[in-house]
Design a protein around this ligand. Structure first.
Ligand code: ATP
Length: 289
């Protein structure tokens, strides 16, 4: 018997350094102390769902190294089933992140083990799964294969189009929910386009996250604006992944999409009030549920 929620996606160690300015080619610049934390869109999404109490597994890959162990520990501490996290011969993925005083992040990702996730890895993993949620820091053919297999098995399919990548029309048509932020929505349908145009690409529904403004749920019979609670934002890293994990957890519990999005904005808003990605995600008790 598998978990209710299956996350297909990346696990990365985030190495974050504060810098006054970024080095130009051939230049050396001294920065602050390195802060190491567990990250990657797949692992973040799974941890967000796990902390809310969902029965969730991550399908992914890490290296046989200390960063891989850090990620597995963080997943397990959140109650995530790691039985489908493969140990690859390649090193654990790493995101090298520099942050300048204006708060701007600049990120270089070395995918490492995440690149070794193959289409064959997603066969035979869908028994008992209610909702699959995938994101795109793992190879596109693997994600497209996972979407096809999940749809065949009657699993609800949620795709977080992050980072933005060109999906085939066949894959888009198999999505129950396409999850994008404003930039990804504009990338798909052109700047200023009506969010309803997202459905013309094939998914049965779409959710567009709008940062502090919350989210919009687009369904064939109408569009619903979901306001975010007003909070003092400290660090928005991983807010989109918190939203994705919470949305999947609620859908697996049988919530309709608008109710799931209402809970997801509360979860994501809570996450921006604390530093980091995974450490900032709330439990149901944190939300007062
Ligand atoms: P990120 O790349 O930072 O993970 P994103 O660009 O994928 O995020 P956003 O639309 O910026 O996605 O944020 C996702 C969700 O997080 C929003 O729908 C909202 O619920 C919450 N959120 C983000 N920023 C804020 C904020 N300043 N105040 C309250 N909620 C926020």
């Amino acid at each position: 018997m598998n978990s209710d929620v299956l996350v297909v996606g990346s696990a990365n160690a985030d190495l974050v350094v504060a810098v006054d300015r970024r080095p130009a080619g051939g230049e050396t610049v001294l920065g602050g102390d390195t802060v190491l934390s567990p990250g990657g869109k797949g692992a973040n999404t799974a941890v967000a769902a796990g902390r809310l109490g969902a029965d969730v597994a991550l399908l992914g890959a890490v290296g046989d190294d200390p960063y891989g162990r850090l990620l597995l520990d963080s997943l397990r501490a959140a109650g995530v089933d790691t039985g489908l996290v493969r140990t690859s011969e390649r090193p654990t993925g790493i995101a090298y992140i520099t942050v300048t005083p204006d708060g701007e992040n600049s990120i270089l990702v070395s995918p490492g083990a995440n690149s070794s996730l193959e289409p064959a890895d997603v066969d035979a993993v869908f028994d008992g799964v209610e909702v699959m949620v995938a994101s795109l820091e793992v190879p596109l053919p693997t994600v497209e294969h996972a979407v096809a297999r999940a749809a065949e098995r009657g699993v609800k399919v949620l795709l977080n189009l992050s980072p933005a990548a060109k999906l085939s029309p066949e894959t888009l048509a198999k999505l129950d929910v396409l999850l994008v932020n404003e930039h990804e929505a504009a990338w798909l349908t052109g700047p200023g386009a009506d969010f309803r145009e997202l459905l013309e690409l094939g998914p049965r529904a779409a959710v567009v996250t709008l940062g502090a403004a919350g989210a919009v749920v687009v369904e064939p019979d109408g569009t619903t604006e979901v306001e975010s609670p007003k909070v003092e934002a400290v660090d928005t890293t991983g807010a989109g992944d918190a939203f994705a994990g919470a949305l999947a957890a609620s859908l697996a519990d049988g919530a309709d999409l608008v109710s799931a999005a209402k809970r997801a904005v509360r979860v994501a808003a809570f996450s921006v009030t604390r530093p980091g990605a995974q450490p900032s995600y709330p439990t149901a008790a944190d939300l007062g549920e």
